[in-house]
Design a protein. Structure first.
Length: 178
């Protein structure tokens, strides 16, 4: 996993809970916390940090990931406004991830293993987003969608009818702007 993800996690934890909490997470996992944005680190390290936060907060890991995704979105919008400014809605932004954002991420961060999304619109206007990644960070994607809604001033209703964590071959998120 790219170091930029770890940097974002550190920033949102420090903003919300302070540097001591970040240091405590690192101590409880035995990780150094020396992450450079261009570096690559084992996926297990993010899993350890999420697990430690889950234990400390007494909430499931998927809730930690969802919170992280939502809280990271303002930082992403600040650091990468070019990805956000062409869009007027969260839906437009979300649908641009495969074709615009992930190719640029791969240019900026060589070797980035981005997930792949596929989209389908239902007759009632619901956007179905298929998520497929060996990392199984669908809860992080869920949080990013909610964070995009916050950025564009829209409440996002996200449901998760299919999930790899429940034995499905891939995840499906159902997205509606309220």
């Amino acid at each position: 996993m790219k170091g930029v993800v770890f940097n974002l996690l550190e920033q949102v934890v420090v903003q919300k809970y302070g540097e001591t909490v970040w240091d405590n997470l690192l101590d409880s996992t035995g990780l150094s916390g020396a992450y450079t944005s261009l570096g690559s680190y084992p996926d297990e390290e993010i899993e350890k940090l999420v697990g430690a936060a889950s234990a400390a907060l007494n909430v499931p890991p998927d809730q930690v990931l969802r919170w992280f995704g939502r809280e990271a979105m303002p930082l992403l919008a600040k650091h990468y406004p070019v990805f956000f400014s062409p869009h007027k809605t969260a839906r437009g932004f979300v649908m641009s991830v495969n074709s615009i954002i992930h190719p640029e991420v791969r240019k900026l961060y060589a070797g980035a293993g981005c997930p792949h999304f596929h989209f389908e619109e239902t007759s009632d206007g619901t956007l179905l987003m298929g998520y497929n990644s060996a990392r199984k960070l669908c809860a992080l994607a869920h949080g990013f969608i909610e964070g995009a809604g916050d950025h564009y001033g829209q409440a996002m209703m996200v449901e998760h009818p299919h999930c790899m964590h429940r034995g499905d071959p891939s995840c499906m998120l159902s997205i509606r702007a309220n």
